[in-house]
Design a protein around this ligand. Structure first.
Ligand SMILES: NC(=O)c1ccc[n+]([C@@H]2O[C@H](COP(=O)([O-])OP(=O)(O)OC[C@H]3O[C@@H](n4cnc5c(N)ncnc54)[C@H](OP(=O)(O)O)[C@@H]3O)[C@@H](O)[C@H]2O)c1
Length: 275
């Protein structure tokens, strides 16, 4: 599914941009509390019947207990007359009390406030550690592009039936200036090859451009692309380089066993796991 990224759309352009995307047929949108544009995105989408579109919304949950997470999400839904959130994600792992946040997500889901929940910017180590304690996300949103393919992560999600959303698919634009990548794409366009590859690995792209003409081309290309268009020899472009990385997210460096110990300590603190 083609998901429209909204992070870089200037607020004054939001109505025109989302209306243009809607006219193309786009019905899935990504925003986050940290983008500070969510109220504009939600109010723009209120022009359409609620059941006709989907929103993915990311919230930071660092240091928050279950009640704060739950109250915060209910309040955002009420303030924005959203009825429910289609996909709610923890934006990044640092300092998240998973036993609190994911319990809150499960309760919100059971009460009909959210349709699906999950995590963003987590590693395979995190997922395995959380999975060992029964905290399986339904959706993950991670950076995935030719320079950061994270094949073990994608394969794990496929095996566990976790939906994958790919952000920074163009490596913040760097794919369009990489000579080797452009040469390999050959006569087919790079975007077609990239979309073909994303379809092959079953990752839903979060597509981002500030330019309306480009958006229309990207929309058409996504619908044209098939697995057969996937970039040849894509493995050779893996550089394991992350474009989207913040010192706030240093759990990327945690080894799987550290992530496991981290969740174990949280469970022990809440008395749900004896040492
Ligand atoms: N979960 C997270 O933590 C997280 C992190 C980052 C992003 N995201 C989500 O993912 C979305 C996309 O991320 P992103 O915008 O940072 O990275 P991106 O999709 O990798 O790159 C977007 C860049 O590519 C350029 N571009 C697009 N199509 C192009 C084309 N055909 N030719 C040349 N340049 C082209 C755009 O320029 P123009 O605007 O000029 O077209 C823009 O500068 C965001 O809007 C957000 O919703 C999530």
């Amino acid at each position: 599914m083609f998901i429209l990224g909204t992070e870089h759309i200037p607020t004054p352009n939001m109505l025109a941009h989302l209306s243009g995307a809607w006219a193309l047929g786009c019905r899935s949108f990504d925003t986050a509390l940290l983008y500070r544009n969510h109220e504009t995105v939600f109010s723009t989408l209120r022009r359409y019947p609620r059941h006709s579109y989907e929103v993915t919304f990311k919230i930071p949950t660092a240091f928050q207990d279950r009640a704060r997470v739950e109250d915060g999400v209910r309040s955002i839904i009420a303030t924005n007359k959203l009825e429910y959130i289609d996909t709610l994600l923890v934006h990044s792992p640092k300092h998240v009390l998973h036993t609190e946040a994911l319990d809150a997500f499960q309760r919100l889901s059971a009460a009909g406030y959210i349709r699906k929940y999950g995590l963003s910017n987590y590693t395979l180590g995190h997922l395995k550690a959380l999975g060992a304690f029964g905290y399986q996300p339904q959706v993950v949103q991670n950076e995935i592009n030719p320079f950061l393919q994270d094949v073990p992560f994608v394969n794990y999600c496929k095996a566990q039936r976790i939906e994958v959303q790919a952000h920074s698919i163009f490596a913040t634009g760097k794919v369009f200036t990489d000579d080797a990548l452009l040469a390999t794409a050959g006569p087919q366009s790079l975007t077609l090859a990239l979309f073909g590859w994303l379809k092959k690995i079953a990752a839903n792209p979060i597509v981002s451009t500030t330019q309306p003409t480009r958006l229309s081309n990207l929309w058409e290309t996504w619908h044209l692309a098939s697995e057969a268009d996937a970039l040849n020899n894509i493995e050779s472009f893996e550089r394991n380089t992350r474009q989207c990385r913040s010192p706030e997210w240093d759990e990327f460096d945690l080894l799987p066993q550290d992530a496991y110990q981290h969740v174990l300590r949280q469970l022990q603190k809440t008395g749900r796991c004896q040492p």
